[in-house]
Design a protein around this ligand. Structure first.
Ligand code: ZN
Ligand code: ZN
Length: 489
């Protein structure tokens, strides 16, 4: 949609008068599927305009699937701060990533565009919004997957995020990646943000394990450089029980080594939401790492909205958002901000729980995202959704419903320049909140229970640790909490 003089009015209308249009959009999409490729493109473009809050409906189905997960993760939550690298490795070995089975229907849809990409120049602000897409079968597939959901930026894993060894980047994958980027006009240096391995802990003190982590890290950086990617996002790590200062020092030392061993890639630290041993939950941790990095042009920060909120940084009201941004600027420096992860939070403020929710359905709410996409200094950064898209098909098998991301991208783009004080905005925000209510209540209850338990017992008990471990062994979904909500291999 081209927005010129009347764009504010257009925005309001297009982005907010949406719930009623969902039915039309769904039927348009269904008939689009039956038409030829040209017709599909045309109709999907129309759908893209209309289907902005289809996510409202999708989220209901998602709630059931995520219920089980949420219960499982609740029990293991407080194990985070004592979990060491060894335990993590064991966990990964024992339980490979849950495979997402696709229904025949979902498979057939793989190449069909779910939304047309918005021309960023047509938006009131240059916001590049996309999602963490799959690069399964080769990194080139991430480009197609990004196109499919109408993403103007995207994240991907450059190799398996749960394995220590992976085959090298195939030359034909790299060639196809480059030609697809060119064909679709993606700027690899600006708007593609790979996510690092979950196994790598650059704060690792043990020499052999630190080397293993470093080698894996460097391998990813080299892949970035071969693909023309400039930004590389990773989780800072875990202290392993050491002091935060020592951990930050070790991370910085590893980064210095990595920068010397590579040419240009910028290593982007993601803020975290855990407590205790988790590095990066406080802006001060990020500052302390950056302070010890020799080449400041090679280090940056990615703010994950869910992590920030769960770590105690509020983003909900314009005032709270401004205060958090100011705090970040004062402590870290806004010039280091290189990317944003857009996730709502199923867990309440300052709960230190990492549970991503669909946009507007969590404790952050739509207003927070209005703040973010209208903040001028965030322009031109890659903004990446890591929201849940797993659903159960009619056959009971789970599949990834990428339409959710396509719709969330349009929803967020529609917020740019829109007036948040209108009745329409309030209604959309309220409808999305209603969809997430039961999930929020459930997690709130878990958080309250845990707080009661902690108050009663003081520090964590052995009994709790054992119970948590048992659940971890039983349910692989529990891993989801510590990771961005996507699988890839
Ligand atoms: Zn994230
Ligand atoms: Zn992450």
């Amino acid at each position: 949609m081209v927005r010129q003089s009347g764009r504010v009015a257009d925005n309001k209308k297009a982005s907010l008068n949406v719930v009623e249009k969902t039915k039309t959009a769904v039927s348009a999409k269904a008939s689009a599927a039956a038409s030829g490729a040209a017709a599909v493109k045309k109709k999907v473009a129309a759908v893209a305009e209309e289907a902005k809050v289809e996510v409202v409906k999708k989220t209901t189905a998602k709630t059931t699937a995520s219920k089980r997960k949420a219960y499982a993760v609740a029990e293991v939550d407080d194990e985070d701060d004592v979990k060491d690298e060894e335990e993590e490795e064991q966990l990964v070995k024992k339980k490979p990533a849950p495979k997402k089975r696709k229904t025949a229907g979902a498979k057939a849809d793989d190449s069909m565009p779910l939304a047309a990409r918005t021309a960023v120049a047509s938006l009131p602000r240059a916001m590049y919004i996309g999602a963490h897409v799959s690069g399964a079968g080769g990194v080139q597939n991430a480009v197609t997957n990004g196109m499919q959901i109408g993403a103007n930026a995207f994240a991907l894993f450059l190799k398996s995020q749960r394995k220590w060894s992976s085959p090298p980047l195939a030359p034909e994958s790299a060639t196809q990646f480059h030609s697809l980027l060119k064909q679709h006009g993606y700027d690899a240096a600006q708007h593609i943000l790979p996510h690092g391995s979950y196994l790598v802990n650059l704060a690792q003190a043990d020499a052999a394990k630190a080397k293993q982590a470093f080698d894996n890290f460097i391998d990813d950086l080299e892949r970035c450089e071969a693909l023309g990617i400039r930004l590389y996002n990773f989780h800072p790590g875990s202290t392993g029980g050491d002091t935060m200062a020592a951990a930050c020092g070790r991370i910085a030392a590893q980064l210095n080594k990595a920068h010397k061993a590579t040419e240009s890639v910028v290593t982007v630290l993601e803020n975290m939401c855990g407590s205790g041993n988790v590095v990066g939950s406080r802006f001060e941790d990020l500052r302390d790492i950056i302070a010890q990095v020799d080449d400041k042009t090679r280090v940056g920060v990615c703010i994950d909205t869910c992590h920030a909120f769960a770590a105690g940084y509020d983003l909900r009201s314009p005032e709270a958002f401004a205060a958090t941004v100011k705090e970040f600027d004062d402590i870290v420096g806004l010039k280091y901000l290189r990317a944003v992860h857009l996730n709502d939070s199923k867990a309440p403020f300052n709960s230190h729980r990492d549970l991503h929710a669909n946009i507007g359905t969590g404790f952050l709410g739509l207003r927070a995202f209005h703040n973010i996409v209208n903040h001028a200094p965030f322009q031109n950064l890659p903004m990446v959704l890591e929201t849940p898209i797993d659903e159960k098909g009619p056959d009971g098998k789970s599949f990834e419903n990428k339409q959710i991301w396509a719709d969330e991208i349009k929803l967020l783009e529609g917020l740019i320049g829109a007036d948040a004080e209108t009745d329409e905005f309030q209604k959309t925000a309220k409808d999305l909140q209603a969809k997430g209510l039961s999930e929020r209540n459930k997690i709130q209850e878990q958080v309250d229970k845990k707080a009661q338990k902690d108050a009663k017992k003081g520090t964590r008990s052995k009994k709790k640790a054992t119970a948590a471990k048992k659940i971890k062994d039983e349910d692989s979904d529990s891993e989801q909490e510590h990771e961005c909500s996507h699988s890839d291999d």
